[in-house]
Ligand binder design. Structure first.
Ligand code: HSE
Length: 402
């Protein structure tokens, strides 16, 4: 019998219990032992819940119970999750988490601690919800030098962008829907401003580099500036708009960013809609490989946590190698990145813009008077910012990926 505890009985934590109950026979067969959820930690009571009798309010009962061998940390946030995870690992208990905030901030330290104490710190659910991406990077792609990762890594923003594009839905209304469906963070600013995707690309980059990326250094833009008019232009150009997280190894460091991008409608990432996420991984000998699935939501995320529980239960007392050291990864300055840009310009500034950007093909939409749009040639962020400063009538700009 393997005894586990779940810290946090919210969306993901209750999903963990549900997945274990629903698939108990299969899971136990795969582990080769019975599983028991001995405790569920939460500050609330859950009268009438089938797990009512396992609810505890004091983490000490779990951390000091030698019978508990695996902990699912589904609390989110840094504290008290950080302290509880450290205490659990120091006691030789493996920890499986969906907490991307904590993994991005303290991944290297917690993995090192798990190694020292002969247990594991696993975080499959921290990136891409239910999509298996951490285990593939750690186990299946170990022959590769991964040179680029491009992903749609946030379900909430992809859901919002899809509904804006397909149904002309209003930002605020769709965000509320995403919250009701259990996709959004407690503070949805983390989703819509791109911070959540930023932490996820930091985790992936740390894994491919084997060293730590400071997520605070990653250039991050969210989707709050994207408007229905941007989608009108995108449609006219056979494109769509997605929030892309990108990390690429270049000669002098990694270039990482999270920004809304215009993509041609036919490229695979453009076809990822709603709460789905996708991660495209480019290896130096494998070429491109893509992972696709539900990026948020109770059961998909819980399924990833439980897959980690199975892994830990199969390897009790044995640390599984995960190379992520405390050394910093050098990130290239974002200003050196090269893109094409889609620019919306006021008609009154056309002469100014012509002088700065040179001859460009202009897109004029009947329904949008007083403005036009155009695509620039490829240029660095620094060059674009210099041109931007020279024209007064720029309404907005979106990076373009071909
Ligand atoms: N808020 C996150 C998202 C949850 O929308 O992707 C999954 O990490």
């Amino acid at each position: 019998m393997v005894k586990i505890a779940v810290l946090g009985y919210g969306t993901v934590g209750s999903g963990v219990v549900e997945v274990i109950e629903r698939n108990r026979m299969l899971i136990e067969k795969r582990v080769g032992k019975r599983l028991e959820v001995k405790y569920v930690l939460d500050i609330r009571d859950f009268p009438g819940d089938p797990y009512e009798d396992r609810i505890v309010h004091d983490a000490e009962r779990i951390l000091k119970d030698p019978e508990v061998e695996i902990i699912c940390e589904t609390m989110g946030g840094i504290e008290p999750a950080y302290t509880y995870s450290k205490r659990a690992l120091e006691a030789g208990k493996s920890v499986c988490t969906s907490n991307k905030e904590l993994v991005a901030a303290h991944g290297a330290e917690l993995i090192a601690l798990s190694e020292k104490h002969g247990c594991n710190y696993l975080f499959e659910a921290s990136v891409g919800g239910g999509i298996p991406i951490i285990r593939p990077l750690n186990c299946a792609l170990t022959a590769e030098r991964v040179v680029e990762i491009t992903g749609i890594l946030n379900g909430t923003t992809n859901y919002i962008l899809t509904r804006m594009e397909k149904d002309g839905a209003d930002f605020g209304t769709v965000l509320k829907e995403a919250q009701q469906k259990g996709y959004a963070e407690r503070n949805p600013e983390a989703d819509v401003e791109g911070y959540d995707a930023c932490r996820k690309i930091a985790i992936l980059t740390s894994l491919i580099a084997g060293r730590t990326v400071d997520f605070g250094e990653i250039h991050t833009e969210g989707i709050t500036g994207i408007t229905p008019e941007d989608f009108q232009y995108a449609r006219a150009m056979g494109r769509t708009i997605k929030l892309l997280a990108v990390s690429r190894e270049e000669e002098d460091g990694y270039l990482a960013s999270v920004t809304p991008c215009m993509l041609k409608k036919e490229v695979p990432l453009a076809l990822v809609n709603g709460v789905f996420n996708a991660v495209s991984v480019r290896g130096n000998t494998l070429g491109e490989s893509m992972f696709y699935g539900k990026g948020a939501g109770k059961l998909p995320t819980a399924s990833a946590v439980v897959s980690d529980v199975v892994d830990c239960a199969r390897h009790l007392g044995e640390h599984m190698v995960c190379i992520w050291e405390d050394e910093p990864v050098r990130l290239k300055p974002f200003e050196e990145g090269v893109s094409r840009f889609f620019v919306r310009m006021k008609e009154e500034s056309e002469a100014e813009a012509d002088a700065v950007f040179g001859p460009v093909a202009k897109i004029r939409l009947q329904e949008l008077s007083g403005e036009y749009g155009f695509l620039t040639e490829p240029m660095t962020e620094r060059e674009f910012a210099g041109k931007h400063r020279k024209v007064s009538g720029m309404i907005s700009r979106i990076r373009v990926r071909d």
